[in-house]
Design a protein around this ligand. Structure first.
Ligand SMILES: Nc1ncnc2c1ncn2[C@@H]1O[C@H](COP(=O)(O)OP(=O)(O)OP(=O)(O)O)[C@@H](O)[C@H]1O
Ligand SMILES: [Mg+2]
Length: 116
């Protein structure tokens, strides 16, 4: 996810002409969603179409999309004359050690219900 944001910011700087970028991170129980949006000129139609078809455009997006596919996530691009939005979604697992910590914390608080 860090790499996606990095690549998107590089792309925005290099290709979009936008002076601003918005990064949104949204975490749900089993999903992490990151969106990077600019207000630049948008991607050329032909590149958008080729990404939608086979996932091939530049090395940056193609590599990211392949990695997301392997991890069970998705990488989408929406782009028009008002700018570009890249949305990356990855499945996430609750961390086991965190679960263990939570059990110990609840025990320490004297909660009677047993966890795990
Ligand atoms: N935010 C953006 N605004 C406008 N066009 C973009 C944006 N991001 C990407 N593009 C267009 O999509 C193409 C593909 O991007 P991609 O990152 O895959 O390759 P690249 O940046 O050209 O090369 P690199 O392999 O170094 O990343 C770019 O060449 C550019 O034309
Ligand atoms: Mg790039």
């Amino acid at each position: 996810m860090f790499r996606v944001v990095q690549e998107c910011l590089t792309n925005i700087h290099r290709h979009s002409g936008s002076a601003t970028a918005a990064i949104r991170v949204h975490r749900q129980e089993k999903l992490l969603r990151v969106e990077v949006q600019d207000r630049g000129k948008g991607m050329p139609e032909v590149k958008l179409r080729s990404f939608a078809r086979a996932g091939r455009i530049g090395v940056g997006f193609s590599g990211m999309r392949e990695r997301f596919r392997k991890l069970g996530g998705t990488l989408e691009i929406r782009s028009d004359g008002n700018g570009t939005l890249v949305r990356a979604v990855l499945p996430i697992e609750p961390r086991r050690e965190m679960a263990g910590q939570e059990v110990r914390r609840r025990r320490a608080l004297g909660e009677s219900k047993s966890y795990l």
